[in-house]
Design a protein around this ligand. Structure first.
Ligand SMILES: [Zn+2]
Length: 274
């Protein structure tokens, strides 16, 4: 494995659903190919604030991204900024809020879908702006970025699980089905990405509750999965709860670059060579 990293963020995937419904990921854990953890998200358990937590390793009260309606560029140093600063190549296939946080705000649907500018924080981006944009297409976008630019850091952000949870609640065959479909997509694509030398992170921003919502402090909306496939992390099914602030500095560690000054020192059982 190289230092390349594919960071996959499945929006709205609660921990329990990931463990119970995603059999390919379960197989990777059982066969000691992946490490699995329970991550406790920060609050509010809302999307845009948690994108900023995941990508900058800073808390909402500090970074100021406190609601989904906070439409402005981030003032923090993100994984995109850090990879670019270290001479690495980055790319993302993501929901348009990621463009608004790190490249340009507000998002202009007709002109901002495809972005290629190595002077910006996000060097290569494909952005969608409909919550039902199919995960199958999103992962094909990500695969195109990988094949075209061989990015050191590829951030992949899907939305169908969250969208389905809002429409049908977490306690629905539709929500569970959307997690199963994401698992099948991963089973089709991850072996190839791993063969390409990529380390893999799979996690979520927040979970989903039985009202079809998230935002609060209970386990159903705060507990999300983390899977790591890397020769820098010992595979196991860990039962320690991991803080979400660890994700950004963990990504730096896997990429072989220094974290930002604001990031915490990674606390992750099974992490090697720190
Ligand atoms: Zn949502």
């Amino acid at each position: 494995m190289s230092n390349k990293l594919a960071f996959i963020m499945l929006d709205g995937l609660q921990y329990q659903t990931a463990v119970e419904q995603m059999g390919y990921l379960g197989h990777l854990v059982e066969q000691k190919i992946a490490a699995r953890y329970l991550v406790k998200s920060e609050v509010p358990s809302m999307s845009r604030p948690l994108y900023e937590v995941l990508l900058t390793g800073t808390l909402p009260h500090k970074n100021g991204i406190l609601t989904n309606q906070t439409v402005r560029l981030s003032k923090e140093e993100s994984l995109f900024h850090l990879t670019k600063k270290n001479g690495l190549t980055n790319a993302t296939a993501s929901y348009y809020w990621v463009s608004e946080l790190y490249n340009k705000a507000p998002f202009v649907q007709l002109t901002d879908r495809f972005q290629n500018d190595e002077d910006r924080a996000i060097q290569h981006g494909i952005f969608y702006s409909e919550d039902h944009y199919p995960d199958s297409h999103l992962f094909a976008d990500a695969h195109h970025l990988m094949e075209t630019y061989q990015p050191d850091f590829l951030y992949v952000h899907s939305m169908n699980i969250d969208d389905t949870g809002h429409k049908y609640t977490a306690d629905s065959k539709e929500y569970r089905g959307s997690a199963i479909r994401a698992d099948i997509i991963l089973a089709n694509i991850l072996p190839q990405w791993i063969d390409n030398g990529y380390q893999i992170i799979i996690t979520a921003d927040h979970g989903m509750n039985d009202d079809g919502d998230h935002g609060g402090t209970l386990n159903d909306v705060r507990d999300v999965p983390l899977l790591v496939i890397s020769d820098k992390v010992r595979p196991d099914d860990y039962d320690q709860v991991v803080r979400q602030l660890n994700l950004a500095p963990l990504a730096c560690h896997l990429l072989g670059i220094s974290p930002s000054k604001e990031m915490i020192k990674v606390e992750l059982p099974g992490l090697l060579n720190q």
